[in-house]
Design a protein around this ligand. Structure first.
Ligand code: ZN
Ligand code: ZN
Length: 343
């Protein structure tokens, strides 16, 4: 379980090192690509640097804030612009640790908040998942369920997919082969302008089956779709992170119109994530603290690291100093580190 400990540690520190090509960065080695499907083309093979990623998130937020004021949601617009507009962090000049924002808006479409939330979720779920896999001798798989694309609202699309899934997990076939798991929703918008909704599942498979049998079950509950993809998750922590990554960008928000945002706000109470089957009960017994709220930022708290601590990245050994930057200033700072890093 050595790798698990390492991953958990890096989540705790926000992100470990800008120069270090960790699994939390936007860069992903080909071997970690889970799905060879057209479904996920939009999110694959984007080799963005971290500074570019931060910049892109800020752009997305500005875009959303503009849309929000257009549809007369000034409060939401103001929150989005304030969120992560300043950050405090520790740096040795070559690595960055413990990035703490001035404010978090907690809006589901905010790329910064969705990312924070997904990281917290991984921290919360990973220990229970690992224990569940070990105790039940099950194999984790990543399953993506999709449906035909109809002319319908976002809400109708989600309802249709969720109810098909609810029916699927009640089937004998499903119960015989899966001992529960987690699900999360991913939304995209097709070039045809239709809402595409996908369900990402980390399922705990307790016996092998022929994929065509599962397809037949899916066809039977949807009435018209054979479309699903299944891949084993070889390393639980990485596989889980991959799936959560999709959730952390649940919508193609850069292409959002004011109408799309209005449509999304109608889903206010929609859960984008959940667990099912035996794992559900297991998890709630396993995890003691159940506070999923993003904790309020506090510049004075830096976890184990503090001003003057030795930088823990790559045997760096330099001392950490506290920095504060605006969002744009932070991008510049990260870019400077990237430009200095040996490639
Ligand atoms: Zn360092
Ligand atoms: Zn936010």
């Amino acid at each position: 379980m050595k790798s698990l400990a390492t991953h958990t540690h890096s989540f705790k520190n926000g992100f470990n090192s800008v120069a270090n090509n960790s699994t939390l960065s936007g860069l992903r080695p080909a071997s970690l690509t889970y799905l060879d499907t057209g479904v996920l083309n939009s999110q694959r093979n984007k080799k963005k640097s971290r500074s570019d990623t931060f910049k892109a998130r800020q752009k997305t937020k500005r875009h959303l804030a503009q849309l929000a004021s257009k549809i007369n949601e000034p409060e939401l617009s103001e929150k989005l612009l304030r969120c992560h507009s300043r950050v405090g962090f520790l740096s040795c000049g070559r690595h960055i640790h413990q990035v703490i924002p001035n404010y978090v808006c907690e809006f589901k479409l905010c790329p910064d908040c969705a990312r924070r939330k997904s990281r917290k979720r991984v921290n919360k779920y990973l220990p229970a998942m690992t224990a569940f896999v070990r105790q039940n001798r099950v194999t984790p798989v990543h399953l993506v369920l999709t449906q035909t694309h109809n002319r319908e609202t976002r809400k109708q699309s989600v309802k249709r997919l969720k109810s098909a899934f609810d029916n699927l997990v009640r089937r004998d076939f499903w119960k015989r082969h899966f001992k529960g798991g987690t699900w999360s929703l991913e939304f995209t918008k097709g070039k045809d302008g239709l809402h595409h909704t996908h369900l990402h599942i980390i399922g705990f498979r307790n016996r092998f089956f022929d994929i065509s049998l599962l397809r037949a079950e899916w066809l039977s509950v949807t009435g018209d779709s054979l479309n699903l993809h299944l891949k084993p998750v070889t390393e639980l922590s990485k596989g889980l992170l991959e799936v959560f990554k999709y959730v952390s960008k649940p919508l193609d928000t850069d292409r959002f119109t004011a109408e799309d945002l209005r449509d999304f706000l109608k889903l206010r109470n929609l859960h984008l994530f959940g667990s099912f089957g035996e794992f559900r009960a297991f998890r709630s017994d396993y995890v003691v603290a159940d506070d999923d709220k993003v904790s309020l930022p506090d510049y004075s708290r830096y976890g184990d690291l503090g001003v003057g601590s030795v930088c823990p990245s790559d045997n760096c050994g330099r001392l950490l100093a506290e920095k504060r930057r605006s969002a744009a200033g932070f991008v510049k700072y990260v870019k400077k580190i990237e430009d200095c890093a040996p490639s």
